[in-house]
Ligand binder design. Structure first.
Ligand code: FES
Length: 159
């Protein structure tokens, strides 16, 4: 199987990874192109994805409200979250589509709520929940260094 590691923006490395030891998480054969898997180490859920750019490892937590991305969809480099339609490019770390709930992007710019075509807009009565949605920031994806050795996917996991 042709498997290689995708590059990622160095400023998006997860904290602690520069000093972390690589450990085998999965056999390469268990992650065919176009698939995703969750692998858990301690309290860290890691998303492994085999994208057209190569294999990436990031948190298996949506950068919006922490839903498991591993049960979302993967279309090329773009993972879609199962909760609020957020879509994120795993190959460059960018937000492709903000969540339906709106909120803040990583820079702190506010984005309004929205509804997918054909669906009635959800009325968001003013109150604490609306305020929480408005103030929730979609964070940047954080990446874990990956290497392939002896047919296994190894990831630098901070402890
Ligand atoms: S938790 Fe993923 S888009 Fe909201």
């Amino acid at each position: 199987m042709d498997s290689h590691v995708a590059p990622y923006p160095p400023e998006l490395a997860a904290p602690g990874t520069s000093a972390a030891a690589f450990e085998p998480l999965l056999a390469v054969d268990e992650l065919p192109p176009g698939t995703m898997r969750r692998v858990t180490r301690g309290d860290l859920d890691i998303l492994l994805a085999n994208t057209p750019a190569g294999i990436v490892a990031t948190d298996d937590r949506c950068p919006h409200m922490s839903a498991p991305l591993s049960i979302g969809g993967l279309d090329g480099c773009v993972v879609s979250c199962p909760l609020h339609e957020g879509r994120f490019d795993l190959c460059d770390g960018t937000v492709v589509q903000m969540p339906t709930t709106g909120g803040l992007d990583a820079e702190g710019t506010y984005h309004p709520t929205w509804s997918p075509a054909g669906r009635e807009p959800k009325v968001d009565p003013p109150g604490l929940k609306a305020e929480a949605r408005r103030l929730t920031r979609v964070r940047r994806l954080r990446y874990y260094p990956v290497r392939i050795a002896d047919g296994r996917i190894e990831v630098a996991v901070p402890r």
